[in-house]
Design a protein around this ligand. Structure first.
Ligand code: NAI
Length: 247
């Protein structure tokens, strides 16, 4: 087990990629805080799955777009497990539209969750990690933050922002024993991508060199690596899990 005794917080972990990450971290021995915003039942199911494999975990409600709720999420983690070693900033939303039709609210919401939310949770873990002189922060960005995409200017701006945030923090925190990396998934089969029209999915599929969509577990395996001591000399990197889509 690569993460025995470590404590991990995964935001937006009631389903999709976050859920797969929470389960994989637990399989490797980490105690996992499964953050959710509204889906309490789903989050509890993830915790139950962790308990079933002999792991430890709790579900903690919190809207990461809210600064105070993000602080409370980490306070609750410290109360329960006394430390936090790994933060996976994963929770994200889409509000796709062409700019002409995109409302100010759709732009703001996506930035608030997908970028400001990452700041909120990172800000909350930074003191406990500095105290431990060790920590792993893993930000889930997207291939769209690198390439851009029609109809996703809000999402692409937030995800590109996460890339700049990751690199800056890697420089700031490298001397303090804290590694900060980002994972850039391509097209992964989850609720987020299920809602795309079939025609768009077909077109994306054609452009993937590996000719298949990814699974949440493909992302989770890389996150485990970045959370473990195997990646101690890696920081500030943006690593694609995209079947070659960004090429
Ligand atoms: P999803 O929609 O299945 O899951 C997202 C989770 O985040 C949900 O559980 C949702 O309740 C939670 N969440 C949303 N807003 C929240 C908030 N304010 N506070 C707390 N939790 C909140 O999405 P998926 O596909 O699992 O995506 C996870 C991450 O991976 C996101 O950051 C997404 O942008 C990114 N990603 C996904 C890709 C894909 O193909 N599915 C591709 C590239 C990046």
């Amino acid at each position: 087990m690569k993460l025995k005794g470590k404590v991990a917080v995964v935001t937006g972990a009631s389903r999709g990629i976050g859920k797969a990450i929470a389960l994989k971290l637990a399989e490797e021995g980490a105690k996992v805080v499964v953050n959710y915003n509204s889906s309490e039942e789903e989050a509890q199911k993830v915790v139950n799955a962790i308990l079933e494999i002999g792991g430890e975990g709790i579900a903690v409600k919190g809207n990461i777009a809210d600064y105070n709720q993000s602080q409370q999420l980490i306070e609750k983690t410290l109360e329960e497990f006394q430390r936090v070693d790994i933060l996976v900033n994963n929770a994200g939303i889409t509000r796709d539209n062409l700019l002409l039709r995109m409302s100010e609210e759709d732009f703001d919401q996506v930035i608030d969750v997908n970028l400001k939310g990452y700041f909120n949770c990172t800000k909350a873990v930074i003191r406990p990690m500095l105290k431990n002189k060790k920590g792993k922060i893993i930000n889930i960005t997207s291939v769209i933050g690198i390439t851009g995409n029609t109809g996703q200017s809000n999402y692409a701006a937030a995800k590109a922002g996460v890339i700049g945030f990751t690199k800056s923090l890697a420089k700031e925190l490298g001397g303090k024993g804290i590694n900060v990396n980002a994972v850039a998934p391509g097209f992964i089969q989850t609720d987020m991508t299920d809602k795309l029209p079939e025609e768009i999915k077909r077109k994306i599929g054609e452009n993937i060199p590996l000719k298949t969509f990814g699974k949440p577990e493909d992302v989770a395996k890389l996150v485990v690596f970045l959370a473990s001591s195997d990646s101690d000399y890696i920081t500030g990197q943006i690593i694609g899990v995209d079947g070659g889509l960004a090429l």
